[in-house]
Structures are given as C-alpha cells and as structure tokens.
Ligand binder design. Structure first.
Ligand SMILES: Cc1ncc(COP(=O)(O)O)c(C=O)c1O
Length: 393
C-alpha cells in the first residue's frame, strides 16, 4: 500500500485548514486575548428557543423526522419567505438542512461537476471557494470595486467572467465585506446569470443584520425559476451550534437536492428543528435587541478603525464584519495578522483567504462585547504607531 497521503484526493491535498482557527489558536494561552476572528454571535440562544429544544428532548422527539424537515417547520419557513422575501415556495419546495453549510454542499454535489465554472463575487465566504475546489470546479472570481471608502459591483466584469458558469453565488449582506448590494446590482446580476443559463445561489444568512437602510432584495423574488435561496438560524437567532438552516427552490431544482440531502445526513437534527420552529413562531424582541446591539458595536469598531492613520476602511452596511485594508503597513495579510496577534493578542482573519480583492485586508468581527472592541482598537492603534515608521512617506 502507498502512503495515506497518496490516498488523499489531489484537490484536497492542496487545501489547508482555515486561518480563522490558526490565528486564534496562536493567542489561546494569553489571559487578555481578544477574538475578533470567528463569525459567531456572542449572544446565547434566546431562552424561549432553548426551552423549545429542551421540551422536544424531554418529550422524546429524538427520532428521525421527515428527511426534508418537520412539515410544520417547512410551513413556517414557507410563510416567512413569502412575508419577508416575496418568495413563493411551497413547504415541499423547502429542505431543512444541517446549517446553511449543508445546503451549500448539497448544491455543489447536485449541480456542479469537475471542471465546471462557479462565479463568485469576492472577497467572499471562504467555504464557497473550498466547496468549489473540493468539487474540482473552477472559481471565476469577480472582485468588488473598492474606492472612496465604498464597494460596488462592476457588472461588466461579471459579463466578462460568467461565460459557461454553472452557478453564481450571491451572498448579501456579504461576509467578509459587510457590503449590501444595491437593488440595481442584484437585478443586473440576476439578468446576466439568467442569460447564461446559470443557477443562482442566494445565501441570505445575514439578512437580519442590515444597518444601511438599503432594501434587501431576494434574487428568487425576481428569478424564481433558477434561484436557490439559502438561509438559516445560526446568525439571526444566535444558534450556530444547533446546526440548523434551510434552502428553498422550485420543484425541479429541489427534488434532486432532496436525494443528496438524504444521502448526506438523512435529516437535520430533530431537537434543533423544534427549536427553530419556536424561533419562527415565538417573540422576536431578543432578535431585534441583538441587531440593535450589533449596530452599535459596528459603529464602535468601524468608527475606531476609521480614525487610525494609513487604513482604508469601508463602513459595513450589514453582517457582523469590518474589512479594513492595512496594505500600507504590510502587503502580506497573513504575516500581518500573525504579527498583530502576537503583539496585541487580538485575533483577526487575513483577507486573502476570502478570494480576490481580499489581499492586504483583515476581517474583524463586531460580534464581540463593546469592551473587547474598544480594547482591541486601542491595542491595534498602539501597534500601528509602533510600526508606523515602516510606512513609506
Ligand atoms: C456567508 C455564510 N454562509 C453560510 C454560513 C454557514 O452558516 P450555518 O451555520 O448556517 O451553516 C456562514 C457562516 O459563517 C456564512 O458566513
């Protein structure tokens, strides 16, 4: 037998584990570490949702459920999609998944073949890039234009790169930029994808975190026939560990996805499904309070970074991230993030892992306490002052 390494598929061999954890681990032993790295709400799951999970557990709801998800949960999701997103999806056009992440992998397994093209607007959620690579597909990246402290999408660049793409992934609001696309940008993107005959995958996981006043528009409300909408409970309801999400798509798109989903996981966790049902049916005041707190933390983090010299930072419209450009200090974002972590004990995520346009940036999350954010900004400021002499005039 050859070595185990030889058995690993070639497209996996060249992959490495995410920098999110490696930078955080590098400061794990310090008492004063501040983690602005993981994309994880620091709030606990609201108590009414936890109780629904407990009740399900205690009343023996511990069996497999309908592979597509509890009918009553799909019914609630269907109503939510109609009410909030103008998406018409019958309950049997919805699959409850193990987080939005499982939905994403099901889509790749179902629709993407080795050598296919996947169009991504970058900087983007790294796991889209990873899923593309694991599938043996090719990422066609279209970086957002970053100019005058704002982002925008150049649709001409999309037209140049979309040729032959099988899927187009839209993540709005975006991880890591916090950018919310304008309605015109979404409409143009949907039009171009339709002309190309590509499926649109719309990842709307951060939809509740929109501080910009820009109206969010779901691609499935414009092009229902070729759009798959992914959403979930992780971010909106602080339920990351429950691993519960969903996707919705028209019948001929969702049917093959049901087969793949069933093959992968049989069904999503039954307890989490009852908890998710309560999330949709129960009071929403804790959700609103969370979003308001995020808004204030965003102002604190963005405002603090914007005052630092030599940094270009765009005010985030949404999500839970700020994505400043530190390249005047150091072009190698990974080396910079590591040095920053070692010197200040503040963990961030290097931008290049988010694809084209991410180089020279760091991602910082404001899903952390105000105190941690204030502390982190002060330390980063001191660090930059100490290395400022290196900046060319
Ligand atoms: C853009 C985006 N999509 C999907 C996910 C995965 O979410 P879930 O916890 O629902 O699997 C994340 C998690 O960070 C994300 O940032």
């Amino acid at each position: 037998m050859g070595s185990i390494e030889d058995l690993v598929a070639p497209q996996i061999k060249s992959m490495k584990f995410t920098d999110i954890w490696s930078i955080s681990l590098s400061i794990a032993n310090y008492a004063d570490s501040v983690y602005l790295s993981a994309g994880e709400p620091d709030f606990d799951t609201p108590s009414n949702i936890v109780k629904a999970g407990e009740d399900a557990l205690k009343s023996g709801k511990t069996h497999y459920v309908d592979p597509s998800g509890l009918p009553e949960l799909r019914e609630e999701i269907s109503k939510k999609l109609k009410r909030e997103n103008s998406i018409d999806a019958d309950p049997d056009e919805i699959i409850v998944t193990v987080g939005g992440q499982e939905a994403l992998y099901n889509i790749f397994q179902t629709f993407v073949r080795s050598g296919d093209k996947v169009l991504l607007i970058t900087p983007t959620y790294p796991l889209y890039l990873d899923a593309t690579q694991i599938t043996g597909a090719v990422a066609k990246q279209v970086p957002l234009t970053e100019q005058d402290h704002s982002f925008s999408l150049d649709i001409e660049k999309v037209k140049q790169r979309i040729k032959g793409a099988r899927i187009v992934i839209i993540n709005n609001p975006s991880n890591p930029t916090g950018y919310v696309m304008t309605q015109d940008e979404i409409r143009a993107l949907v039009e171009v994808a339709k002309d190309e005959g590509a499926l649109i995958v719309s990842d709307e996981i951060y939809e509740k975190m929109n501080y910009s006043g820009k109206k969010l528009i779901s691609p499935a409300s414009i092009a229902p026939e070729n759009t798959i909408t992914i959403n979930g409970f992780s971010k909106a309801f602080a339920m990351t560990g429950w691993r519960i999400g969903y996707m919705a798509a028209p019948r001929e798109v969702i049917e093959p996805l049901k087969i793949v989903h069933h093959t992968n996981v049989i069904c999503a966790n039954s307890i989490s499904q009852y908890a998710a049902l309560e999330a949709l049916r129960g009071p929403k005041d804790s959700l609103r309070a969370m979003v308001e707190e995020y808004r204030q933390r965003m102002e604190l983090l963005y405002g603090g970074l914007a005052k630092l010299p030599g940094i270009n930072v765009v005010r985030p419209d949404g999500a839970i991230y700020v994505f400043p450009d530190f390249s005047d200090y150091e072009k190698d974002d990974k080396a910079f993030a590591l040095r920053l972590a070692r010197s200040t004990h503040v963990a961030t995520v290097p931008g290049s892992g988010f694809g084209m346009g991410g180089e020279g940036h760091l991602r910082l999350t404001f899903a952390s306490s105000r105190r941690s954010i204030t502390d982190a900004v002060a330390r980063i400021s001191d660090y930059l002052t100490s290395v400022a002499s290196k900046i060319p005039e």
